[in-house]
Design a binder for this molecule. Structure first.
Ligand SMILES: *Cc1c(COP(=O)(O)O)cnc(C)c1O
Length: 295
């Protein structure tokens, strides 16, 4: 088996707001795992790759939108660990830097209509050769994925009263909730859905058998919906990046960190409390949004 030991540092973060309110904020830097096999997408792929290897599959097939961090991570991980890769992209044929990188990593792309895209198992079954093919769901969703996400918690060197993460499918949050309960940690998990009407994330977490007793959802930080943004969020990101040198992006990490800062400002936490922000990576998402940041 290849060496899967990517490293995600745990760093204490300096920011005037944290000093002002006397809270200690640590960042789990999953963005530093790899530039393209980024963040939680690596966490979700890791045990899928192990399973593909155990079941003698040499070809990875997956699904996503045209800017998907998961598609890019799968393309690069395939090239790195010796799998061929193929992906079904939802919607009309487009060309963007993420898809160009995917092809550079050797991934074969198919563009399919939204209607065809709905039946992923059919698209998979209709491939000419499925004997060697391993199915990975959109965004890496599934039980294998939660195994990797648990490691976000088991790698930590100190304990935190509160843990913050963004949610798109809730898989990462599910893995974290499982690890907290399995390791008898009493940290409260704060989940920030990046889509509108985000309370469905609780159902998604439960489908993956995550215990929900320590989880709170903050559903008011979606900024209009998935991949939608507002000038307030863009200004927040600019200010944070300039103050800390740490990049965040508007689709996931920007919204989750905005929520954390907003709650700190509202004195939700006591002075001296330790809070962890899980930086889930995904910085190539910025490539599609750079014009929002022009001065
Ligand atoms: C995909 C993604 C998420 C969402 O993770 P889920 O496990 O689907 O909830 C969060 N942050 C980043 C940066 C992502 O790319």
């Amino acid at each position: 088996m290849q060496d899967f030991s990517f490293y995600s540092p745990e760093q204490k973060m300096n920011h005037p707001l944290y000093d002002l309110k006397g809270v200690e904020v640590g960042f789990k830097r999953d963005d530093l795992i790899h530039p393209f096999i980024s963040g939680n997408k690596w966490r979700k792929l890791k045990y899928n790759l192990k399973k593909a290897q155990e079941t003698n599959k040499s070809h990875l097939v997956t699904f996503g939108g045209a800017w998907s961090n998961h598609i890019l991570a799968t393309a690069c991980a395939g090239a790195t660990f010796g799998y061929s890769t193929e992906a079904f992209i939802r919607g009309e044929i487009v060309d963007n830097p993420v898809l160009t990188l995917c092809q550079l990593f050797g991934m074969k792309l198919h563009f399919v209509s939204r209607e065809q895209y709905r039946d992923k198992h059919r698209l998979f079954a209709d491939l000419p050769d499925t004997d060697n093919a391993y199915f990975i769901d959109e965004g890496g969703w599934g039980i294998e994925a939660t195994k990797g996400c648990r490691e976000i918690i088991t790698e930590l060197s100190v304990t935190y009263s509160h843990i913050f993460c963004a949610a798109g499918t809730g898989t990462t949050a599910a893995g974290i909730a499982m690890a907290l309960s399995e390791n008898n940690l009493s940290s409260k998990l704060h989940v920030i859905p990046v889509l509108k009407d985000g309370s469905f994330i609780a159902d998604e977490m439960q489908k993956l058998c995550a215990p929900m007793g320590q989880t709170v959802l903050h559903t008011d930080y979606h900024f209009g919906g998935y991949a939608k943004t507002k000038s307030e969020l863009i200004d927040f990101i600019k200010d944070f990046v300039a103050k800390t040198g740490i990049l965040i992006e508007p689709t996931y990490t920007g919204k989750a960190l905005y929520a954390l800062h907003d709650l700190i400002k509202q004195d939700t936490f006591q002075s001296g409390e330790r809070i962890l922000f899980v930086h889930t990576g995904g910085l190539t998402g910025l490539l599609g949004m750079l014009d929002r940041f022009k001065m």
